[in-house]
Design a protein around this ligand. Structure first.
Ligand code: PHE
Length: 350
């Protein structure tokens, strides 16, 4: 019996050496370890042995089985590596000097309009501020006169992080930080606070042609002594007329936001029908573009500014919406599509 095992071992290692590829190895595996394989056959021969002999022989056969399996596995790895190397060698050489076939990129339409607005506001003396996309509950709601459980929160459900922070639902979330940053200059040196802060906002939204869960706004605030609604109307009208390169009609309607008092919706005359009424303006002749209002005394207080002495206005321009109007984009989802076919149509025409 022992000699049989020794013979099989010899035969096996000879065949293993000859194997040239993984297919050969598979054939060897079947020949030795398969159901009708030579090693398996050895076990069948045990029938005629005594109990003692069976035990000793069985152990040896099992050892042989393991040896054969290990040897095949090791050789398989070796051969696979060789096969990969061969394939690499047979590949045509890569020419690093070949010119790349790259489609030239263009600015995203939101970036174009944002830069344009920034430029216009800069010439009117506004600072441009950047702000994070992840904010605290305090910044996004509490500091804006929206306490916990206030119904206004319902319209601004968002994505919450496990640490309690959230993705900002509106650019107003930066207001508190801006007031704190500039209040010393306001109070000590009589420098009015004039800032705009564009940013990406997020809301838990069922998406369709007019709704997206990720969109852009551009907030603006101005705080000084004796700021009134006239100042608000003047700045908004000037900015929008510059963006659209024509003198637009604007109107204010009452609107509710807990952080302004009084609050408004600013509409512009419909650019598509010129105010006659069409499907784009729901036949009203007006397009809702910019919620705004006079900053609520509680919000000024939270920013460390005395509302008895100072007043201000705030607006939250829907930058994404403005882009859609300016370029006549009908589906908001195109803007986040990353599709070059759509986006490369817009170039910097400044
Ligand atoms: N933050 C408000 C919104 O996103 C808009 C707004 C900004 C309203 C500033 C008034 C003043 O709905």
């Amino acid at each position: 019996m022992d000699s049989k095992i020794a013979l099989l071992k010899e035969e096996f290692s000879a065949e293993l050496k000859k194997a040239e590829n993984t297919a050969d190895l598979e054939a060897i595996r079947v020949k030795y370890l398969g159901k009708k394989g030579s090693v398996t056959d050895l076990l069948k021969e045990m029938r005629d042995l005594s109990v003692e002999e069976k035990k000793a022989f069985g152990q040896k056969v099992n050892e042989l089985k393991a040896e054969v399996a290990d040897a095949i596995a090791a050789r398989t790895t070796e051969l696979k590596e060789l096969e990969v190397l061969k394939e690499i060698e047979s590949m045509p050489e890569f020419d690093v000097s070949m010119p790349a076939n790259i489609t030239e990129g263009s600015y995203h339409p939101v970036t174009l309009v944002q830069r344009q607005c920034e430029q216009i506001f800069k010439t009117m003396g506004f600072n441009v501020e950047d702000y994070s996309e992840i904010v605290t509950d305090y910044e996004c709601f509490e500091a804006l006169n929206i306490p916990k459980h206030h119904p206004a929160r319902d319209m601004q459900d968002t994505y919450y992080l496990t640490n309690g922070q959230l993705l900002k639902t509106h650019t107003s979330a930066a207001q508190n930080a801006i007031y704190k940053k500039y209040r010393d200059a306001l109070i000590n040196d009589n420098v009015p606070i004039k800032a705009i802060f564009p940013g990406r906002c997020f809301r838990n939204e069922a998406t369709d042609a007019c709704h997206e869960n990720t969109f852009f706004q551009m907030e603006g605030v101005m705080v000084d002594k004796d700021i009134s609604i006239s100042n608000l109307i003047y700045f908004m009208k000037t900015m929008l007329s510059e963006v659209f390169q024509k003198d637009l009609k604007v109107r204010l309607r009452p609107g509710f936001f807990p952080f302004v008092e009084p609050g408004f919706e600013l509409d512009i005359s419909c650019l598509i029908c010129g105010g006659e009424g069409c499907p784009s303006c729901k036949h009203s002749g007006w397009l809702e573009l910019c919620p705004c209002g006079m900053i609520h005394p509680e919000v000024l207080k939270a920013g460390g500014i005395d509302p008895e002495e100072y007043s201000g206005f705030a607006f939250g321009l829907g930058l994404t919406r403005l882009v859609m109007m300016k370029y006549g984009i009908k589906d908001i989802r195109d803007l986040n599509s990353g599709s070059l076919k759509v986006l490369s149509q817009f170039t910097d025409d400044e």
